[in-house]
Write a protein that binds this ligand. Structure first.
Ligand SMILES: *[C@@H]1O[C@H](CO)[C@@H](O)[C@H](O)[C@H]1NC(C)=O
Ligand SMILES: *[C@@H]1O[C@H](CO)[C@@H](O)[C@H](O)[C@H]1NC(C)=O
Length: 369
């Protein structure tokens, strides 16, 4: 036999490695996934070498050459080279250790056992189990291998030689076989093998049916109401936390939600409010006054009582407040407005009044310089 790869020839070393490997086999999850990867890469290798070598050729001569290639050692070697990356230690070890088996499958077994995964990973080197079974002896998961955990969870060690088969159920289900309903879900259907659990109404902590009148215990934020509409059930109604005294702070308004409430910030112009918007104020924040049910800015500069009282001061109104500045031609020196040198460009803008308020023109900027 043509031997392109020294590994294929070192049967003595093989024998040692195989027996060593099998006798010390400690099953962990990664062993099975390593094997799965090898099988997947093997199948990919078959595909890749098909494309590479069977691309378009259809003459008799080519056909004959290709069919010779199909189950050839040459092709096997090409495929084996693509099974692991150089850096994948476990993968390379597994391939080297079991190359004899892979070769055996390729030349002798693949017709009868076309599923390489089952033949190699499960039945031959025994690092995986068929789907739905677990542990060293591939025992069926609770609920059976066809429907592990009755389709409502995952079975510990499923598909590997590891694990104890215990079910981790999805949030709706509990119990060893994931057939019982968790709190907040009620059973719509249940027999020994099938179960459907459905969420309770948000008003129920526990329930026996879909609506808020099928509660057995109310959820927090909901109160029980006397009613005999459903035997064994109680009706739970939302508590309107905002109805009487608002639990929210000043500058906030209360917004009721199912089972709870939210405190939201009032519009900036409101001191307190009933909802969002400048027209939902109960009263206005400082600097604003209520006009036609809306809080509007007070123009402090036009009040009868002057707010900027220092000599040569001008008043500028702002949103919610005002500013006292030195009038044009005056500058601030230690808190007093004194006559300042008017810079060139300011002189040219003479007469242009940019301030909103007339009081700014009270002072003539062109007093004798
Ligand atoms: C349980 O219910 C499922 C779904 O309706 C049904 O297919 C199955 O036969 C039932 N099993 C038993 C033991 O009644
Ligand atoms: C606005 O009204 C609230 C109560 O509704 C009161 O506590 C608050 O002091 C008032 N604010 C002003 C600026 O009047």
């Amino acid at each position: 036999m043509y031997c392109p790869n020294t590994n294929l020839c070192c049967l003595v070393l093989f024998g040692f490695l195989v027996s060593h490997h099998l006798s010390t086999a400690t099953y962990d999850k990664s062993t099975c996934s390593t094997c799965k990867n090898i099988v997947n890469n093997f199948l990919k290798g078959i595909e890749d070498t098909t494309r590479k070598n069977f691309g378009g050729g259809n003459t008799d001569w080519e056909e004959r050459r290709l069919s010779k290639y199909e189950f050839s050692e040459t092709r096997l070697v090409e495929i084996i080279e693509s099974l692991c990356q150089n850096s994948e230690f476990e993968c390379n070890l597994m391939v080297e250790t079991n190359e004899e088996y892979i070769e055996n499958w390729w030349f002798n077994m693949q017709k009868k056992n076309p599923n390489l995964f089952l033949w190699f990973c499960v039945d031959t080197i025994k690092v995986c189990c068929p789907a739905g079974s677990y542990g060293p002896d591939c025992i069926g998961c609770p609920g059976g291998a066809d429907r592990p955990c009755n389709e409502h969870g995952s079975c510990d060690g499923d598909g590997t030689r590891t694990g104890d088969g215990s079910c981790s159920c999805t949030k709706e289900y509990e119990g060893a076989e994931c057939l019982d309903c968790t709190e907040g879900y009620y059973s719509e259907f249940q027999n020994e093998t099938h179960s459907i659990c459905t969420a309770c109404h948000p008003g129920c902590k526990t329930c026996i049916g879909p609506s808020n009148s099928h509660c057995t215990i109310c959820a927090s934020g909901w109160v029980e109401e006397d009613s005999d509409t459903v035997p064994d059930g109680v009706v739970c109604l939302d508590v309107d936390e905002c109805a009487e005294n608002s639990p929210c702070e000043q500058h906030q308004y209360c917004s009721n939600t199912e089972g709870s409430y939210l405190c939201k910030v009032c519009n900036d112009v409101c001191d307190s409010c009933t909802s969002e918007g400048a027209d939902k104020c109960i009263n206005c924040t400082t600097g604003y006054t209520m006009e036609e049910a809306t809080c509007v800015d007070i123009n402090e500069c036009s009040l009868t009582v002057m707010v900027c009282t220092q000599e040569n001061e001008a008043c500028i109104n702002t949103e919610g407040s005002y500013k006292c500045v030195c009038a044009e031609g005056y500058e601030d020196r230690d808190g007093l407005c004194v006559e300042g040198k008017v810079p060139e460009d300011v002189e040219h803008s003479e007469g242009r009044q940019t301030m909103e308020d007339e009081t700014a023109t009270d002072v003539n900027p062109h007093e004798d310089l």
